[in-house]
Design a protein around this ligand. Sequence first.
Ligand code: OAD
Ligand code: ZN
Length: 231
Amino acid sequence: MKKYLILTGAGISAESGIKTFRDSGGLWENHDVQQVASPQGFQEDPKLVWQFYKDRFNQSLAAEPNTAHYALKKLEDHLQDHFHLITQNVDGLHSRAGNERVIEMHGSLSNAFCSSCRASYRLADLDLSCDIPSCEKCGNSLRPDIVWFGEIPYSLYEIEQLLKECDVFMVIGTSGSVYPAAGFVMTAKLFGAHTVAVNLDRPDNLGFIDELHQGKCTQMLPALVDKILSK
Ligand code: OAD
Ligand code: ZN
């Protein structure tokens, strides 16, 4: 059985009603990206940054996984250990669709951690009515567990191993413009994988893609997964 590695981005959640990044003209839900997605922005105005992520957390809870998320669940059910999913999304929709082998490389809206002692928390357990939630252990400010610009994504070592081992690497709903994730397709291809993209627009890293399925995730992915399962 072939080993499949999947990388998803904002495009797969677009049809669940969650806005993508590039499509909003440098603004993200009407905010300057640097202001709400960088350590400097958090230092300058932690209240505003927390409000932004509380709103996005609630938005993600109100959203539902779509047929593209469920197609990936179906693929994992079939492939089991031969399936791994890396996501740049922080909305938790892959896990809610039932996928288990998920790496959230840019963090999660559901989590926070203490900027001082690193203790971790679930947002669902915090009192979100206060402006800036604080750590029960040391009293310092908590921050959202999101990988911001200038920070290193999670699980890069594990990801590199998976990229080297996979037979098929699929990139779904991602513009291929934010590194290091945008470079994964090159690594996978250099190590011999067949590379497939499912995306509305032509991704920026198209040169490393063997097979492009251009269109909406919900229209393309269920059929593509059925084709894989029928092999
Ligand atoms: P982008 O907003 O850069 O790209 C979304 C891609 O999805 C675009 O290429 C669209 O053409 C495509 N798309 C939109 N709707 C689609 C649909 N219904 N079906 C298929 N494709 C669709 O989002 P990402 O590539 O995920 O990082 O952005 C990568 C990272 O940039 C994010 O994780 C975030 C941001 O900075 C952090 O927050 C650290
Ligand atoms: Zn602490």
